[in-house]
Design a protein around this ligand. Structure first.
Ligand code: ZN
Length: 505
């Protein structure tokens, strides 16, 4: 068989695996938005079966044989697209073949069941219910990390981190996180002593949920989200599912007295969805070139639209009249300065997803440190509430009143997403660095945003980030697009420049 024929068969085989995986995505979306509670046990079986079928397909011995044929061929090596696909497929194959099917199925089924228990535990604020499941998740993830082997220059945690942020290491994260943490502490001190405080009365104003729904849809549409290729629904934990060509779904959540949170949540998921809708899935289904570069880069797209765009004065100059048109009443009594101040207020909070842009990163660093300790065996699952509460006190000065507002707040550990949290702060870092580059490339960017014109920004992101998929690893993509390696500087500059007029420091 020629190498070209091997490459064709390899891609066709993996496109089918991707289609099978998209069936699991559809079931996952259903589980979060519509599934009745009594369906949970059977759904776990369905998910376990699909995970096993996908795993068997991507680890089939033919994949290894086709890959070896392709890698020996100089013509494919010289073809830039094929070379990038083959590099990433080799990485995926190596990772997938190290896990036995039985472990993959057990992890998938455990996650489905643990999520159901976590929902109940969070509702009752009863950590003891969830504790054995967290213990089991950690044990399974230790096994998983051992199967992969510790990456060079790393620790077992890095084997899991590698699954979300290829090439990243805990020690490299520490190097970026340490100066960021220092800058955040200094910024919080200046905010604490600032002469002005934003008026946050608006945060407590009530707006009917149907009106908020309509406003969220309006904003999503104006930002460029394609509703013919997606849906906007509601779930306890908002998420985006880019399940296939022409199908990228998002969810958000509304409460009457938190309209800014609902809007942020919608804009965040729209950012993820614009990335998914901008990947060349129709042309390259199943190929790495049509997949997201890394979770950190994915998060940068959501953060950029949520924060750099959605909390800017320019955005609200356009969006406030639109918000008044949709939400009416109460909003007529609040001016632009007040809304911008309110959207950018910095205040330590118990809940990560409600946290402001500054303290958010402290929430992430707390989880990163606890996860590493759990994986190393320095921390037992049962001791997590105590460790969590101690860090909340020392980092944010807050007393955690119950575990629902403490260590039970996030879905990730029940869902088996261990090693995932650092990608949130990486997303903030990439977003700020990309935003600086976009501003330098488009001097009229703020004016466009102030007119409600977002097509130029979206086109820039499509051109420089979206259309490339996994052509380059995240650190290389960052250098190519911004001319610099990832650093804490752009995020700190962005936060200081924005918060200076709000707080008057
Ligand atoms: Zn996100």
């Amino acid at each position: 068989m020629s190498a070209a024929e091997s490459y064709r068969r390899l891609l066709a085989h993996l496109a089918e695996a991707q289609t099978l995986a998209s069936c699991a995505s559809a079931l996952e979306w259903d589980q979060e938005t519509a599934m009745p509670p009594k369906a949970a046990a059977f759904r776990a079986e369905e998910m376990g079966l699909l995970a096993r079928l996908v795993h068997e397909r991507v680890t089939h011995p033919s994949v290894g044989a086709w890959l070896a044929d392709c890698e020996a061929d100089p013509a494919l090596a010289a073809d830039e697209d094929a070379a990038a696909n083959l590099r990433e497929l080799r990485r995926d194959f190596e990772r997938a073949t190290r896990l036995p099917s039985s472990l993959v199925a057990e992890m998938s089924e455990t996650s489905s069941r643990a999520m159901e228990v976590w929902k109940e535990a969070r509702q009752k604020s009863d950590f003891a219910l969830f504790s054995p499941w967290l213990h089991k998740q950690i044990a399974l993830h230790r096994q998983e990390a051992a199967c992969y082997g510790t990456p060079e220059g790393g620790e077992p945690y890095d084997a899991l981190l590698e699954g979300y942020e290829p090439g990243m290491r805990s020690t490299a994260l520490e190097r970026i996180f340490a100066p960021l943490r220092e800058a955040i502490v200094s910024l919080l001190a200046r905010i604490g002593e600032a002469p002005r405080k934003p008026d946050t009365a608006l945060q407590r104003a009530r707006f009917p949920v149907p009106a908020q729904r309509a406003f969220s849809r309006f904003i999503a549409d104006r930002l460029g989200y394609d509703f013919e290729a997606g849906r906007l629904d509601e779930s306890a934990h908002p998420f985006t599912s880019g399940m296939g060509p022409g199908d990228t779904r998002i969810t958000t959540r509304y409460t009457e007295d938190r309209f800014l949170d609902a809007l942020s949540s919608t804009m965040h998921e729209v950012g993820h969805a614009l990335y998914e809708q901008g990947l060349p899935k129709s042309e390259r289904w199943g190929q790495p070139l049509s997949e997201a570069c890394s979770l950190g880069v994915h998060e940068s797209q959501s953060r950029l639209w949520e924060n750099q765009v959605g909390r800017s004065r320019a955005f609200w100059a356009w969006a406030l009249p639109e918000a008044r048109r949709h939400l009416g009443g109460e909003l007529d009594r609040h001016g632009l300065d007040e809304v911008v101040g309110c959207a950018n207020a910095v205040e330590a909070s118990l809940i990560r997803v409600d946290a402001d842009e500054v303290t958010y990163n402290l929430h992430v660093m707390l989880r990163f440190d606890l996860e590493r300790a759990l994986l190393r065996g320095d921390l037992e699952a049962g001791d997590v509430p105590e460790a969590w509460n101690a860090r909340m006190r020392s980092d944010l000065g807050l007393t955690v009143p119950d575990d629902a507002r403490g260590c039970l707040q996030d879905v990730h550990w029940s869902n088996g997403l261990i090693g995932y949290f650092p990608t949130y702060t990486l997303g903030n870092l990439y977003a700020a660095q990309l935003w600086e580059a976009a501003g330098a490339a488009m001097p009229g960017l703020a004016d466009d945003v102030a007119q409600g014109r977002f097509a130029g920004l979206l086109a820039w992101l499509r051109e420089h980030v979206h259309r490339h998929g996994r052509r380059w690893r995240a650190p290389e993509l960052c250098r190519k697009v911004t001319g610099q390696a990832l650093a804490h500087g752009p995020l700190v500059r962005y936060l200081e420049e924005k918060l200076r007029p709000v707080y008057g420091f």
